[in-house]
Design a binder for this molecule. Structure first.
Ligand code: FUL
Length: 462
């Protein structure tokens, strides 16, 4: 044990007095101040970390609307119209896998109130339809198929219900909704995500705390997707539009009503422009490959999640043209980001290797305690690149607040990209640059920056 030198003793005595004062004043602070938070203190839960790594999911709409050429059913459709005679959830999964998605959210009940599983709460659902003589269960089939294909499974259960008579009475409807939720959360395995859609519910009061409590009892690890207005109950926030765009700058920490939470963003957008459900003669709305790639770069490439809407047709199959587009999309994304020039051409340097090895499970750390750092890649021969991809390790929070990507032109460092947030993943495109020294200039970080990957590509077009 160190002996306290006499010279230091008076200073220490003073420090102890100061410390006691500090402790006393913290105890005496008003309760609000005890909750004061700082952006830099907010970290994701392990479930959020895992979910953010999934990057791309799909949401599937099938129901009476599919048979009636509608988007929002009014709850009066006869269950007799629902009859997907060639229903094959594994056909959907093959296309979803080929597209590169990692999870599937099924709309188990849309706003029309029609239930895709044999619920005991109402006869308005598959149990009253001719499909499989009323013995079918779409939720079971999709959950089984997703798991068989290594995809995670989640559910959308619309709070707004235009069929159920109990909807007129908030308390009675809460019981009804919670009973439906109980069936879905008990009988179909782990749910990766639960969609709490705010659409159409204006003017209706839901007991959200009770709904979420019930959900959590059965599914403690599920992540709730919710509009920012339902911020207190959600784990994931809506991007605020259905165009497939996450606006810059994308910060994972959101402040509402004076408190901060980690709320990664998900951007939902359908494969057919403006249509979540299948419609006849709808080929012209199918998004082009270029549109999908641009959507990918404006969602996943901006540190958020892409949630692509798919619609099986009246047979219960994804249309052939949709399957083809999904396959093309998966292939295009894979090939665009497979030739990482830094990983291929780098001059090895043990200190920075973890950021350039192409492995997102390893990360480079800036010097401990730094707020500014450089991460430089030197390649053997000059490379020409027009896209960069950077990933931040977020388990300890989102730390980079200002960065530049710079290339050495033989005399000086030229800025190629400048931005604020990096986050889970950031993809930038620019006119081709040729250099043998490329660096990530972390101009400012709130704490030690951690970078999982720094990659460069020559794609040839934006
Ligand atoms: C929206 C709904 O109103 C649309 O019909 C669709 O289900 C979309 C995914 O969410 O809020």
């Amino acid at each position: 044990m160190d002996i306290i030198k006499p010279r230091l003793a008076p200073f220490l005595a003073k420090s102890v007095r100061l410390l006691s004062l500090l402790i006393l004043s913290v105890v005496a602070l008003p309760s609000d101040a005890a909750y004061a938070q700082n952006f830099v203190d907010i970290k994701p839960s392990p479930q959020q970390v895992e979910w953010q790594d999934l990057e791309f999911g799909v949401i599937i709409h099938l129901g009476t609307n599919t048979y009636l050429d509608r988007e929002w059913g009014d709850g009066t459709a006869s269950p007799q119209v629902f009859n997907p005679t060639q229903f094959d959830a594994e056909q959907w999964m093959r296309a979803i896998k080929a597209a590169g998605a990692k999870y599937v959210v099924l709309v188990a009940k849309h706003h029309d109130g029609f239930c895709l599983w044999p619920t005991e709460q109402t006869d308005y659902g598959v149990n009253s339809s001719p499909w499989r003589n009323g013995n079918g269960d779409v939720v079971r089939a999709v959950s089984d198929a997703a798991r068989k294909f290594g995809l995670k499974f989640g559910i959308y259960l619309s709070p707004w219900d235009r069929h159920e008579p109990k909807y007129k009475n908030s308390a009675e409807y809460d019981n009804y909704y919670i009973a439906e939720l109980g069936e879905l959360t008990s009988n179909y395995g782990d749910l990766v995500e639960f969609w709490l859609d705010g659409a159409g519910g204006a003017g209706h009061t839901y007991d959200f705390p009770r709904i979420i409590e019930n959900l959590r009892m059965k599914q403690p690890n599920t992540l709730v997707f919710a509009d920012a207005a339902l911020f207190e109950y959600g784990d994931i926030r809506w991007a605020g539009n259905e165009d497939g765009t996450i606006p810059y700058e994308n910060w994972n920490v959101l402040d509402r009503h004076g408190y901060l939470r980690w709320r990664p963003v998900e951007a939902d957008t359908p494969l057919h422009k403006g249509h979540w459900f299948w419609h006849p003669n709808d080929e012209s709305t199918l998004k082009s490959l270029d549109e999908l790639i641009s959507t990918y770069e404006r969602t996943v490439g901006r540190g958020g999640q892409l949630m692509l809407g798919l619609a099986p047709d009246r047979r219960g199959l994804l249309p052939e043209a949709d399957v083809k587009r999904l396959e093309e999309f998966g292939w295009a994304v894979q090939s665009r980001y497979s030739e990482n020039l830094i990983a291929q051409e780098r001059i090895h340097n043990a200190a920075t290797e973890a950021a350039f090895d192409g492995d997102p499970d390893t990360f480079w750390s800036a010097p401990q305690g730094s707020h500014h750092a450089f991460l430089e890649a030197d390649v053997r021969e000059p490379v020409t690149f027009d896209h960069t991809l950077v990933m931040e390790w977020l388990n300890d929070g989102q730390r980079v607040e200002h960065f530049r990507i710079e290339a050495w032109d033989g005399r000086t460092w030229k800025s190629v990209v400048e931005g604020q947030a990096i986050g889970h993943k950031r993809i930038d495109s620019f006119a081709p640059v040729t250099a043998s020294r490329i660096r990530l200039n972390i101009v400012s970080s709130s704490a030690t920056a951690h970078i999982r990957e720094f990659q460069a590509f020559h794609i040839g077009k934006n």
